[in-house]
Design a protein around this ligand. Structure first.
Ligand code: HEC
Ligand code: HEC
Length: 242
């Protein structure tokens, strides 16, 4: 029954997925690296960016930052150096879609929640255990959100032990980095998660605990070189079983 509900949810959501929604797109594809008005993150704070750059420059940079950098553009090169040569991923967006995002930034239409401001690198073993308990549903979230394991696996828990609807999260911490992961958990922009956690947002303490658990899993996962192979193999079995 639960599976049916989730399935119809996915089908329902993909049906209406065609209109471009700038706020959701920003949260999912930009918000892990950028804030608007809350300071530099992995990339620069985007507040006022429509005043400091021309639209044409912004279109080109957002579609392919590396092409602009390689063309020798001084502003782009300065930014690239300032942000430690971190590459911004190319965005497969039409000019109109980029304009929709830029208008939103300009008009202050993007609201981001902080998630939890404490970094998981400061977590204690107790925080990690608590996060694991939340992740696995041994302790329930205060607002009734579903345990992560119903859709996700993480190193030792899965993929046969954990859910397969969402991706394996062993490397989520490296992928999103601390603040980005906090935001992704606090205010998920991924369609399925957004639906399922709407009105059931995790508290800041819960976000911190789960983030700490994923931080630990990421550290351990990257020590285990064989993991990737094992995962792919088991993943294959999982698909056959389903
Ligand atoms: C993986 C991290 C990452 C993601 C995701 C990302 N950016 Fe960036 N962005 C950066 C970095 C880092 C820079 C600084 C320049 C560089 O290093 O290339 C940057 C620079 C920028 C700039 C130039 C800022 C300035 O001050 O001129 C804009 C505009 C921008 N990004 C918009 C976006 C938008 C819009 C999205 C989502 C569609 C996005 N970025 C997604 C990392 C990211
Ligand atoms: C109902 C199923 C469901 C539940 C419950 C759920 N997720 Fe997800 N999650 C997903 C799906 C599906 C995606 C992939 C969405 C996409 O790529 O658009 C996802 C994506 C993610 C991502 C991004 C992964 C990546 O590699 O980019 C993170 C991080 C994440 N979830 C964390 C969590 C955490 C933490 C919990 C528990 C608090 C949780 N999720 C609970 C379904 C779920």
């Amino acid at each position: 029954m639960k599976r049916l509900i989730i399935l119809s949810l996915i089908l329902g959501v993909t049906h209406q997925a065609f209109a471009f929604e700038a706020p959701a797109y920003f949260e999912k594809s930009c918000g892990s690296c950028h804030t608007v008005g809350r300071g530099d993150d992995v990339g620069p704070d985007l507040k006022g960016v429509t005043e400091r750059r021309t639209r044409e420059w912004l279109h080109q940079f957002i579609q392919s930052s590396q092409s602009v950098i390689q063309s020798g553009d001084p502003v782009a090169n300065e930014l690239f150096a300032k942000f430690k040569n971190k590459k911004m991923p190319d965005q497969d967006l039409a000019v109109e879609e980029i304009d929709a995002i830029l208008d939103l930034i300009k008009n202050g239409g993007i609201s981001q929640t902080a998630g939890d401001s404490r970094s998981a690198t400061t977590s204690t073993p107790e925080d990690v255990t608590k996060g694991e308990d939340f992740f696995l549903g041994r302790i329930s979230f205060k607002n009734g959100g579903a345990p992560c394991v119903s859709c996700h696996s993480v190193s030792e828990y899965g993929p046969l032990g954990g859910g397969v609807l969402g991706p394996n999260l062993t490397q989520a911490y490296s992928k999103y980095e601390d603040k980005g992961l906090g935001r992704a958990i606090k205010k998920p922009a991924f369609r399925v998660m957004k639906e399922i956690y709407s009105g059931k947002e995790l508290t800041d303490d819960e976000v911190f605990a789960v983030k700490s658990f994923l931080y630990k899993a990421d550290q351990q996962g990257s020590q285990n070189i064989d993991f990737e192979k094992k995962f792919i193999f088991l993943g294959g079995v999982g698909v056959v079983v389903m």
